[in-house]
Design a protein around this ligand. Structure first.
Ligand code: E4P
Length: 218
């Protein structure tokens, strides 16, 4: 499973990249706004900076919701760097745009996915990545991981090549369950990635080893 970081924060991207396990970055309008990035030029420059920092795919989301503006924005975003993947919402104009981008060799990430039916449409349109929002499904009282399992089964039976990108991750356990359910990619906040490191027995064991190591000193 590939690891993406789900943020537009450059310090967090640098920290995850420094671990040596980072395969890419996802952003969305909310994450860009959180960093105070405003205006087209600033947004484009921010994506360029991220692409220069990380050797992997960087999802850049369109703001438009009609076919023409999605296409115009997506073309501009894709021209920033070869690693840019245009993130398109799962709406009627979005599906049509994903098909257009596929035919024009521009890679896409279909976002705001909450059902297997949406996953089938995105795959038929040729989306490179599909982003089911696990955390938001869990927040609404449903089981996000069941959706990943269902999409995995459908994609395998049908031979769809679209990669399942588990998104809206809230915890280290989400990452583990997404891996178990067969997600191709998991995009995670830095805290959830670092949470995978933690185990009390590791800390206790290391403290004992360090204590005993002192006894071996001359
Ligand atoms: C990433 O592609 C999504 O936009 C993101 O994971 C959504 O996460 P959230 O539900 O925590 O906002």
């Amino acid at each position: 499973m590939k690891f993406f970081i789900d943020t537009a924060n450059l310090a967090q991207i640098a920290e995850a990249n420094d671990l040596g396990i980072l395969d890419g970055v996802t952003t969305n309008p909310s994450l860009m706004a959180k960093e105070g990035i405003k205006g087209t030029d600033a947004i484009m420059n921010h994506y360029k900076t991220i692409c220069e920092m990380v050797d992997g795919d960087v999802s850049a989301e369109v703001f438009g919701t009609d076919f023409d503006s999605i296409i115009a924005e997506g073309q501009k975003l894709a021209a920033i760097h070869p690693n840019i993947v245009v993130k398109v919402p799962m709406i009627k104009a979005g599906v049509k745009a994903i098909k257009w981008f596929t035919e024009n060799n521009i890679r896409t990430n279909c976002t705001l996915v909450f059902s297997a039916g949406q996953a089938i449409l995105a795959a038929k349109a040729g989306a490179t990545y599909l982003s089911p929002f696990l955390g938001r499904i869990d927040d609404s009282g449903w089981d996000g991981m069941m959706l990943i399992e269902q999409i995995r089964a459908i994609y395998d039976i049908q031979g769809y090549q679209t990669e399942i990108l588990a998104a809206s991750i809230r915890s280290p356990n989400h990452i583990i369950s997404a891996a178990e359910a067969g997600a191709d990619v998991c995009t995670c906040p830095l805290d959830s990635i670092l949470g995978l490191l933690k185990h009390p027995l590791t800390d206790i064991g290391l403290a004992k080893f360090l204590e005993d190591a002192k006894k071996t000193e001359l």
